[in-house]
Design a protein around this ligand. Structure first.
Ligand SMILES: [Fe+2]
Ligand SMILES: [Fe+2]
Length: 172
């Protein structure tokens, strides 16, 4: 049986992951509206991954006999600026999520919840990846973002991102 403090922290993180899915979907809508279809694709794939993160936490919580208490999801921003500013927003958001995952791990450690700790190792690694992916795009946009031809090229490249097959994260 899962402890109350751990359950609460999991419910909080489920909300954070669904908010992330929502935020990136809003960015998908924006990029689609300005015909940056590669950026739009990247956001759509990212949004789907965030939903999978939420489901991974949700399934774990239920498998441990915990209660999923779904919370209100805040409205994400709907107005956006340049691709660079948006990707900076993504990078900052991922850093914020990393901190919340670390807080969750801290609760699992304090409550001596070993299964939760083991499961959260996947999320800790994933956040390293997430921050790296966002920061790489930020750095490239800082160098090339003002050049339309280079922006076009980055957009073309982001078109190639595909969703990870379902269950792939379990094998990682
Ligand atoms: Fe996530
Ligand atoms: Fe993320």
């Amino acid at each position: 049986m899962i402890k109350k403090a751990v359950q609460e922290a999991f419910n909080e993180q489920i909300k954070n992951e669904i908010y992330s899915a929502y935020l990136y979907l809003s960015m998908n809508a924006h990029f689609t509206s300005v015909n940056l279809n590669g950026f739009a694709n990247w956001m759509r794939v990212q949004s789907g991954e965030e939903w999978m993160h939420a489901m991974k936490l949700y399934d774990f919580l239920l498998n441990r006999g915990g209660k999923a208490i779904l919370q209100a999801i805040p409205q994400p921003p709907t107005e956006f600026k340049s691709p660079l500013e948006i990707m900076q927003q993504v990078y900052e958001h991922e850093q914020h999520v990393t901190a919340s995952i670390h807080d969750l791990y801290e609760v699992a450690t304090k409550e001596a919840d070993y299964p939760a700790q083991v499961m959260l190792h996947w999320f800790i690694n994933e956040q390293v990846e997430e921050e790296k992916n966002a920061s790489e795009i930020v750095e490239r946009l800082k160098i090339f973002g003002d050049n339309p031809a280079a922006l076009f090229e980055i957009d073309q490249e982001l078109k190639t991102r595909v969703a990870a097959p379902a269950g792939a994260e379990a094998a990682a």
